[in-house]
Design a protein. Structure first.
Length: 273
């Protein structure tokens, strides 16, 4: 049960037991923020992010960014793995417009020295990016757009840009895999009420979570709270039979997720859940 005692701002998550499902190596910042605010974080990576098996296949596109009018990066993972493949100095000088699906992705590009990255602000989604004026149909006819993403990524962005007249090409620079199902006692902890809420950042991660913990965990997984990064993911959570609506964060960055966790906790103080 969540500790409902009165706390200061530094203890905004006091007593909240949070399951963090970010990939291995990408959860430290979020875990630190949760613990700084008095929460208890458990790490359980539900997706492994791996390099593509044939990086040479995407090198030609990444080596000729000047051939594209716009280059869109869909996630920080896309930035990290593209940087490992491309000639970064040459890429920085490319006469193209760099765009990012969200602020975290834009920040990753900026840290690598890419200036003037356009993104839709706090709302990190393909839908928000597609709403930007420069990606509306009138000015896209015949333009060439490179989308840098993982293997088998969501098709909405590319399909919509193609319908608006752009010529879309993909550079798939990483792949996702389901980690080996070793829960380290997590299933038993959840079964006995030891988890209050779960942070999930993708549909695949949500599905992997259930698969990794097995059928015996489904009952308690449907009763805990969920903090998610998009309305689309919230709808998927609901479709899987969760008891209560998810709390949707304003973005996928650590600060936005912690803010959503604080809102989740505040919403559950009165009823003692």
């Amino acid at each position: 049960m969540v500790d409902t005692g009165v706390r200061g701002c530094g203890d905004a998550l006091a007593g909240l037991r949070v399951l963090v499902t970010r990939p291995k190596g990408q959860s430290a910042g979020l875990v630190a923020l949760i613990e700084q605010r008095g929460g208890i974080a458990f790490r359980f990576p539900v997706i492994d992010i791996l390099p593509v098996q044939e990086p040479l296949a995407v090198q030609p596109a990444l080596a000729s960014l000047d051939n594209f009018d716009r280059v869109i990066f869909v996630s920080p993972n896309a930035v990290e793995h593209a940087l490992a493949i491309m000639d970064v100095e040459t890429a920085r000088r490319a006469r193209t417009a760099f765009m990012a699906v969200g602020a975290s992705t834009a920040a990753a590009l900026q840290r690598a020295g890419f200036a003037g990255v356009r993104h839709p602000g706090a709302s990190a989604s393909s839908e928000a990016l597609l709403a930007l004026p420069e990606l509306q149909g009138g000015g896209l006819a015949g333009s060439r757009i490179l989308i840098v993403r993982g293997e088998g990524g969501r098709e909405l962005l590319g399909d919509t840009l193609s319908k608006r007249g752009a010529r879309v090409q993909y550079a798939e620079v990483y792949r996702r895999a389901c980690p080996a199902p070793d829960d380290g006692g997590l299933a038993e902890r959840g079964k006995h009420g030891g988890i209050d809420t779960i942070v999930v950042t993708s549909v695949q991660g949500l599905e992997n979570l259930f698969a990794m913990l097995g059928e015996g965990a489904a009952e308690w997984l449907k009763k805990v709270g969920y903090v998610v990064v998009s309305d689309r993911l919230a709808r998927r959570v609901q479709a899987m039979g969760m008891v209560e609506p998810s709390m949707v964060a304003a973005g996928a960055d650590d600060e936005a997720l912690v803010d959503a966790l604080i809102r989740w906790r505040e919403a559950h103080l009165d009823n003692g859940n």
